[in-house]
Design a protein around this ligand. Structure first.
Ligand code: NAD
Length: 389
């Protein structure tokens, strides 16, 4: 039985025998602002098709967040939304923000919804894959021979380090203006993010590169020794260490060498953006934030007010975020593989939204046409062998 039967894409299960083994997953859906609602709609269509093909049920429960919540209830993250997220198996977020709320005071900015969700859900690990899909290898600013087959994952510590350390602030010392931030990491903070990285590596090519600045920073020396201790529990995963400055170079020089990169908050902020640019378009980049009982999945991009409502948004980042949800929250690895392959298939067939159309003779399609193309590629997916029927 499909609790949320989305007629548009058809929800008739392809394999009736699978109904007997169906699981139900509750997903909190926060569409947000700008292109958020448009791209989330396509991801929900894809999840509904995945349910039909792989024999599981997704119940979508909608909540307000960001500017949409400000307009309706006067707060960016209403208590009801937080409660909805806490009682769900996972959260899918579109994007929040836009010029309408730019002049709001800080506590009434749409972006407060994101910060509030991360903090209140205890999301200390941010996972950002950077995968170059072969059909759009030309979309990268780097040479195709450098970025071809890149498939890496940056695991960034999200709630500690320099961004949160105390003391912090601006003050005058001996008459001179001074800025202070504190880099602080405890053993347990390093241990838990390292575990996320090793677990993620087990779902990939079983290689972890821990990035630090242990030649200069004591926090990095602690980081390195704790990561080594955690690694002892994962003898099947290869661990290497790299200084952050070298990592910044190697990401541009030989990005294929990386599988999982694990690093602290500030380094991860910078390196994940650098890694993202290997792939070409922000419209292709998914993310996951893990740590608490409920994980949050969202595209890396924002609400793109410049193209909102014009059916131009690329929904693939959100669709790939849904694939991450299948893999990391629901352990539906084959379903996640199927979605990622469906995305690759539509790109091979030449489907392009405007942001990835450069240099392509492909078919420029709207947001919903791209979403439907992915759904169509999933339509005939076989649970047995991951092959089209
Ligand atoms: P943005 O990511 O929204 O847009 C940057 C550029 O990329 C724009 O030209 C946009 O058209 C394009 N773009 C983004 N996503 C796209 C997609 N899926 N398909 C095609 N093109 C796409 O960043 P911005 O313009 O700096 O921010 C706009 C608003 O979004 C701001 O209010 C900002 O605070 C907010 N924001 C929200 C999040 C989030 O919700 N996680 C993240 C970043 C920015």
């Amino acid at each position: 039985m499909f609790i949320h039967n989305r007629e548009k894409v058809g929800a008739t299960p392809t394999f009736s025998f699978l109904e007997e083994i169906m699981s139900t997953f509750n997903i909190a859906v926060l569409r947000g602002d700008g292109i958020g609602p448009e791209v989330v709609e396509e991801a929900l269509n894809v999840l509904t098709r995945v349910g039909a093909v792989f024999g599981c049920t997704f119940e979508f429960r909608e909540g307000l967040a960001g500017g949409a919540a400000l307009d309706q209830v006067g707060r960016p993250l209403p208590d009801e939304t937080l409660a909805l997220c806490r009682s769900s198996d996972a959260v899918l977020l579109g994007a929040v923000g836009g010029p309408r709320w730019d002049d709001n005071p800080p506590e009434l900015k749409p972006e407060q919804a994101l910060l509030g969700l991360r903090r209140r859900l205890g999301l200390y690990a941010n996972l950002r894959p950077a995968k170059v899909f072969p059909p759009i290898v030309e979309a990268s600013t780097l040479k195709p021979e450098v970025v071809r087959d890149v498939d890496l994952l940056v695991v960034r510590e999200l709630t500690g380090g320099l961004y949160f350390g105390e003391p912090r602030g601006l003050k005058k010392i001996n008459g001179a203006r001074t800025g202070i931030n504190t880099l602080f990491y405890s053993e347990s903070e390093v241990e838990r993010i390292a575990r996320v990285a090793f677990e993620a590596a087990r779902k990939r090519r079983r290689k972890v590169c821990s990035v630090d600045k242990a030649n200069v920073l004591e926090t990095s020396q602690l980081w390195r020794s704790v990561v080594k201790e955690v690694a002892e529990k994962y003898p099947d995963v290869e661990l290497t260490h790299m200084y952050v400055d070298n990592c910044a170079m190697q990401l541009i020089r030989h990005p294929r060498a990386f599988d999982v990169i694990v690093t602290e908050n500030l380094f991860g902020d910078i390196l994940s953006d650098e890694a993202a640019m290997l792939t070409g378009s922000i419209g292709m980049l998914p993310s996951a934030s893990l740590g608490g009982n409920v994980a949050l999945y969202e595209p890396v991009h924002g609400s793109a007010p410049d193209i909102a409502g014009q059916a131009k948004a690329n929904p693939l980042a959100t669709i790939l975020s849904a694939a991450m949800m299948l893999r990391y929250s629901f352990q539906l690895d084959r379903a996640a593989d199927a979605v990622e392959r469906a995305v690759n298939d539509v790109l091979i067939e030449g489907y392009r939204t405007a942001d990835i159309a450069a240099g392509s003779a492909g078919n420029i399609v709207s947001t919903s046409e791209m979403g439907r193309a992915v759904v169509d590629r999933l339509r005939n997916w076989s649970e047995e062998g991951g092959r089209t029927l």
